[in-house]
Design a protein around this ligand. Structure first.
Ligand code: GLC
Length: 473
């Protein structure tokens, strides 16, 4: 297959286009959040395991690991397609060990993994006989997706595959009407590769789409109008006659993988929504399954040496803050060009796993609430137990609004004693001993299940602890 790339006419246009993409990236979570959700009868059952799992590993690994400047390096530096393709001959990946990846995810207490099978650069990490740009045809001569799926499954992890329909190599991505044959070629590739991923690797639990549908990265997702590049927002989206034909692609996927769940980055109804990046923690939402995906290091997804790594404590507090908002956390690593996960990141993941071994009962299989996030922290519950995650212990008595269920007992999971007093108007929690500064967890045992309790605002909060508040986690 012969592919041509598009040269941008002037540096000014290039720069303004890059800027437009940046702005759009920031708006992305808003656009994705509006995608329709699945409404069929099996939807709740299909996603039940995922809601209990809470914590997953995202893996961005591909040719972009070699330059080590993030997965957008080709775009950001406008590297010509044929230049970039040469990286395939350097992709030896001699320390790639899928079992080691799976062991790291397990040790972190993660229950699922999502591997990038093909990013926007177009390089397939799997065997696609229809493309010349695959790992099978690289120096490594391997199907990395096959190895990953086998290892993750053996380790008891649920299997997720990330796939980007868009491919920077096709001019038809940018101008679907002007470059119609190229757009058709790219769409054919999407349908073919999705079919391969759904057919050749056994049971797939999650298909994690990126850059399709009407999202900011979507087909014809940008326009040049009035001398400026701008993004197409949902509702004012691409108005040409071309389409990804997501309905067909997803129908085929679901035929091959009836229990697969998908995120909201296609035009098809989604099983869960995603929020992207450290700043997108957002508000409590127990109406739509959702996941925060973010990076462990440096704010980029692909490998970047010497990037600042989130600490154990930051990671634990982020996980708790997400779960208390009734979401999942998909935490990303960008392995090195040789295939190894950065040892510093792996160590943080193991440390978080050690914490989860002690306190996982307050995370796994819980739901967020009944107390809404506030100044004190967040809460989770499972059956008749409510867990208060006190993220901002003041040393004083914590006064929370009334709980419409009788508290039978209360105890601190993280050391020291907890004393709880319940009245018709409040619940007062006093801690003695040294509160855990990362997360003091107090378990309240109720006389009846917490499931039916409506979320309770915590008026003590000066403001909801959302993105900004959470950055100080
Ligand atoms: C964005 C980026 C991409 C990253 C993804 C993860 O869409 O384009 O590089 O893979 O988000 O959520």
């Amino acid at each position: 297959m012969k592919l041509r790339y598009l040269r941008w006419p002037t540096p000014v246009i290039r720069a303004s286009f890059a800027f437009a993409l940046l702005v759009l990236a920031i708006a992305a979570s808003v656009a994705w959040a509006q995608a329709p959700m699945v409404t069929d009868d099996g939807a709740a059952a299909r996603i039940a395991w995922w809601r209990d799992a809470k914590f997953g590993l995202f893996i961005h690994w591909g040719l972009y690991a070699i330059p080590g400047r993030g997965e957008w390096v080709q775009w950001n530096e406008q590297i010509p397609v044929d230049e970039y393709a040469k990286l395939a001959s350097q992709f030896i990946a001699d320390k790639f060990d899928a079992d080691a990846w799976a062991a790291t995810a397990k040790a972190a207490g993660m229950k699922y993994t999502v591997m990038v099978t093909r990013h926007h650069d177009g390089f397939a990490m799997f065997d696609d006989p229809g493309s010349d740009f695959t790992a099978m045809k690289s120096a490594a001569h391997r199907d990395f997706v096959a190895a990953y799926v086998t290892a993750a499954r053996k380790a008891g992890l649920r299997i997720g595959l990330y796939y980007s329909p868009l491919d920077w190599r096709f001019p038809g991505y940018y101008f679907p009407d002007l470059y119609r044959p190229s757009a058709i070629q790219m769409r054919d590739q999407y349908h073919r590769q999705l079919n391969e991923l759904a057919s050749n690797y056994g049971k797939i639990d999650i298909l994690w789409f990126d850059g399709g549908g009407e999202s900011w990265l979507g087909f014809g997702g940008v326009q040049f109008k009035g001398g400026q590049w701008s993004g197409r927002t949902r509702g004012q989206s691409y108005s040409g006659s071309f389409s990804w034909q997501d309905d067909q692609a997803i129908a085929n996927l679901k035929k091959l993988q009836p229990s697969v769940i998908i995120n909201n980055r296609t035009d098809a109804p989604a099983d869960f929504r995603d929020r992207e990046g450290d700043k997108a923690l957002g508000d409590f939402d127990n109406q739509h399954p959702w996941e925060l995906c973010t990076t462990m290091a440096g704010g980029v997804w692909g490998y970047k040496p010497n990037a600042k790594v989130k600490t154990r404590d930051e990671t634990i507090r982020l996980l708790v803050s997400v779960v208390g908002r009734d979401g999942n956390l998909l935490l990303n690593v960008g392995p090195r060009p040789d295939g190894q996960i950065d040892p510093e990141q792996a160590q943080v993941l193991r440390d978080v796993g050690d914490w989860l071994k002690l306190y996982g009962q307050s995370i796994y299989a819980t739901r967020g609430g009944p107390y809404l996030p506030g100044d004190f922290g967040v809460s989770t519950f499972h059956d008749k137990t409510v867990y208060l995650h006190i993220l901002h212990a003041t040393g004083k008595t914590l006064s929370l609004p009334a709980l419409p269920a009788k508290i039978l007992s209360c105890s601190s999971l993280t050391g020291g004693d907890a004393n709880c007093t319940q009245t018709g108007t409040s619940v007062e929690v006093t801690l003695s001993g040294n509160p855990d500064t990362v997360d003091t967890i107090v378990a309240l045992t109720l006389a009846s299940p917490a499931t039916g309790i409506n979320p309770i605002a915590t008026p003590l909060a000066t403001k909801p602890v959302s993105a900004a508040g959470a950055s100080g986690l």
